[in-house]
Design a protein around this ligand. Structure first.
Ligand SMILES: Nc1ncnc2c1ncn2[C@H]1C[C@H](O)[C@@H](COP(=O)(O)OP(=O)(O)OP(=O)(O)O)O1
Ligand SMILES: Nc1ncnc2c1ncn2[C@H]1C[C@H](O)[C@@H](COP(=O)(O)O)O1
Ligand SMILES: [Mg+2]
Length: 205
């Protein structure tokens, strides 16, 4: 990352569809995105994965990012948005058919800034899952994930951040008529069947 302005012309010219994928920690965003990629061939960019890669790269801000993520808090908007822009540009250069932006927006301002600077999203897909289920899934994932934030202490903090900062995102896109609210307590395939209904409709529109 640098302070240089990112030239978004190729991304804007591509004009491909963009879907925001929103949900609490462990709601199944990554799991469903994998299935969407397999069916629709869209490019999947997870803001959390991009941040973890940035930490792994050993960049100067890695230590600062680790601290924020282990505290279950949100990293600054410009840091995430710049990582997403760079990743989108790389995908567009490879001929991307469209994007799943997983874990973004985490706060209303993130969505507004993304849409103002890049392009409006077609739809925000929201996976609605109870806190009990989220905790169960994350504790199970903790057995194998190696993720520093898959522990009870950080999970509680991530849920608090979700309720305070991200729940308003859901209301924001609902008000704009751009929200697909999907009850996501069932099996992966049951949830995916609902996802397909919404994506097919949005892609045709
Ligand atoms: N429908 C489901 N039923 C049971 N387990 C599921 C379901 N969907 C996903 N999982 C599992 C897979 C993972 O171990 C865990 C969390 O799913 P995952 O796709 O990683 O969530 P996520 O991407 O929303 O979480 P995070 O925000 O932490 O990255 O739950
Ligand atoms: N869009 C984001 N804004 C701020 N912080 C973010 C964003 N996406 C991820 N993060 C940080 C905070 C999260 O707790 C961790 C892990 O993200 P995840 O999507 O759960 O993998 O990264
Ligand atoms: Mg994920």
């Amino acid at each position: 990352m640098s302070d240089k302005k990112i030239d978004l012309t190729p991304l804007k010219k591509a004009g491909v569809p963009i879907f925001f994928i929103v949900g609490g920690p462990g709601s199944g965003k990554g799991t469903q995105c994998e299935k969407i990629v397999a069916k629709y061939g869209l490019s999947h960019l997870s803001s959390g994965d991009l941040l973890r890669a940035e930490v792994k790269s050993g960049s100067s801000r890695g230590a600062e990012l680790t601290k924020i993520m282990e505290a279950g808090q949100l990293v600054p908007l410009t840091v995430v948005l710049d990582l997403i822009k760079e990743a989108m540009l790389k995908e567009v250069a490879k001929g991307s058919k469209g994007f799943l932006i997983d874990g973004y927006p985490r706060e209303v301002a993130q969505g507004d800034q993304f849409e103002a600077e890049i392009m409006p999203a077609k739809l925000a897909v929201y996976f609605e899952v109870s806190e009990d289920t989220l905790v169960k899934r994350l504790l199970k994932r903790a057995e194998t994930s190696g993720r520093a934030d898959d522990n009870m202490d950080t999970i509680k903090k991530r849920l608090k951040t979700f309720n305070e900062a991200t729940a308003p995102v859901v209301a924001h896109y609902e008000k704009k008529g751009k929200l697909a609210r999907i009850k996501a307590e069932g099996t992966v395939d049951e949830i995916f069947a609902e996802v397909v209904k919404h994506l097919d409709k949005a892609i045709k529109a």
